[in-house]
Each structure stands twice: as C-alpha cells, then as structure tokens.
Write a protein that binds this ligand. Structure first.
Ligand code: NAP
Length: 276
C-alpha cells in the first residue's frame, strides 16, 4: 500500500492561522529582520517566501542586503545593531555566507533572545539539556510533521542521515528528548542501508538527490525528506519519492513537505521571542 503523504503546505497554513489568533493578544507587532549577504538566487527566493509569510500573519519584516564583499566585522556590526532594536524580535542570517566569513562566529553575535533559528550555543545548549527554549526551525518543523502522523515517537528507532548543526544533529536530539532511540549516520557510516532499514522514523538531511532508495527503508516507516536539490530545473529531495512511497507508512514530498514547516516555525519562533 502506498504511504500517506504528509502535506506540509496545509499543516503550515493551519499553524499560521493559529499564530494570527495568538497575535490578537499581543499589543505590538512582532518584527523579523533577515540579513542576506550576496545575491545567491536560492537565498533570494527563500527570503521572499519568508517575507510573504510574515505579511500573511501581519508581522513586520525587513531584509538587510549586504554585498558579498563585506568583511566579517561589518556583518557582525549589523547583527549588533539589530540586537539593540526594540522593534526587531528575531534576527535571521540567511545561510550560506561567503567562504571568507565564519558562519558560527556570526551566529554567536546574535543575542540568544533574538536568535530566531535557535542556533546560538546558548539555545542549542538548552536543547541539549532538554530545557524549554527556542529550537532550530527546520528540526522543529520536522517534529511537527512526525507528530502530525499521530504515531508515538517514544520507544521508536529513529535514524538521522546527516549530522549538520542546522538539521541532522538537533533533530536527533529532539527525537531523543521525546524518548526515541536515535542513531546518526553520516558520510563515514558503514553499511548505511543496514542501519536505515531499522528505522521506524527516518530523517534524510544529506543534500544528495534521491539518495535514499526503497531498499533502504523499513516497510511502514515514517520518512522525512529534508533535502532540497535542484536537478534539471526541478526540485527533488534526498529520498527517491516515487519508489519509497510504495514502502513507507508516511512520507513528506519535496517541495511541500519540510520547507513550509521550516517557514512556519520561523513565524512561531518570532512570536515566541516577541512574547517574552
Ligand atoms: P550539510 O551541512 O551539507 O550536511 C549534510 C550531511 O549529510 C552531513 O552530515 C554529511 O556527513 C551527510 N552525508 C553526506 N554524504 C553522505 C553519504 N554519502 N552518506 C551518509 N551521509 C552523508 O547539509 P544540511 O544543511 O544539513 O542540509 C541537508 C539538506 O537539507 C540540503 O539539501 C539542504 O538544502 C536541505 N535543507 C532543507 C531545509 C528545509 O527547510 N527544507 C532546511 C535546511 C536544509 P558528514 O558530516 O560526514 O560530512
């Protein structure tokens, strides 16, 4: 039987309407500031979507576009300036940054109270010790999608393929905090398919088009495809969707799966920070 497709677009719409309701209780407008360095076309599209989402929930949003020639110090000064702005509640530095800039040093400059993507060491530390806080948008969206299946997480075997700070590592910790038994896989993992085949919950955050094939998936598994890869002018995930959907129990599509949830979580985190 074919897997149930987890419609991220619809779930994100529902979350935005909940945000609009919660917003009525606030006496001011939440504000999100995005910094873009350079003019990477994919980043420009992602930022446009984020701004459109902000409009949909009546948040203030602003984009600071800086030259790709900018120095790390000047970029940090921009972050510091936004840190002090009362009308800005969330600061997002759109990745990737030019090779001349150390991304983590820039993230470190964001005050944790405005760290809308939960990537500062303070917020990641809180996640690590399972303390309430702001958690990274993509992993939080992944958890929402898994919870949407109404299948329990506790006691399940979860496998994360990918261990980036942005996705793989934090989503594994979030699953662990929900009492899954978590295995991380990465580029040095041996016998990858043997490991992924054990997964009740399989998260693919690799950045390699259609890397996860049906023979790597346990029948009935929940498969979350985080990948966004452009192949022949079309977007594909890290999972070979057409064949894996015949084996999995639940599966996210690309586009329309994790992406919309990432953006919805950006709004939720902005509201959370504004409400503090
Ligand atoms: P990343 O930083 O490049 O990390 C990729 C991970 O995949 C690394 O941990 C790497 O292992 C692992 N990997 C690479 N080749 C592998 C192989 N052959 N076998 C097993 N593991 C392998 O990427 P990322 O930032 O986590 O993003 C992953 C994908 O998700 C990308 O396509 C990105 O565009 C997408 N993404 C989507 C969203 C969204 O909202 N939908 C958000 C963020 C990212 P090593 O650590 O050993 O190198």
């Amino acid at each position: 039987m074919s897997a149930e497709i987890l419609n991220g677009t619809r779930l994100a719409q529902r979350i935005r309407s909940q945000i609009r309701k919660k917003l009525k209780k606030l006496k001011f407008t939440p504000g999100l500031a995005v910094i873009q360095v350079g003019d990477d076309p994919a980043s420009t599209i992602y930022i446009k979507h984020k701004q459109r989402d902000c409009e949909k929930v009546h948040f203030h949003s602003e984009v600071h576009r800086l030259s790709s020639e900018i120095t790390q110090q000047t970029l940090i000064q921009k972050v510091v300036e936004l840190n002090t702005r009362e009308d800005v509640h969330g600061i997002l530095v759109q990745m990737p940054l030019p090779d001349t800039i150390d991304e983590q040093v820039v993230i470190d400059a964001i005050v944790p109270d405005k760290d809308v993507d939960g990537l500062t060491p303070f917020n990641l530390g809180n996640l690590f010790i399972n303390r309430e806080g702001v958690t990274p948008c993509t992993p939080t969206g992944i958890i929402k999608l898994i919870e949407f299946t109404e299948e329990p997480i506790e006691g399940k075997q979860a496998v994360c393929v990918g261990r980036s700070h942005l996705v793989g590592k934090p989503v594994g910790v979030m699953l662990l905090n929900r009492n899954a038994t978590v295995t991380y896989c990465h580029s040095r993992t041996k016998n990858l398919a043997e490991v992924t085949k054990e997964a009740d919950i399989l998260v693919a955050a690799i950045g390699k088009p259609e890397f996860i094939t049906a023979d790597m998936v346990k029948p009935g598994a929940t498969v979350i495809d985080v990948g966004i890869n452009s192949v022949d002018n079309r977007l594909v995930g890290d999972v070979k969707f057409d064949e894996v959907k015949e084996v999995a129990g639940f599966i996210t599509p690309v586009p329309g799966g994790v992406g919309p949830l990432t953006r919805a979580m950006l709004l939720e985190n902005t509201l959370k920070l504004a409400s503090r």
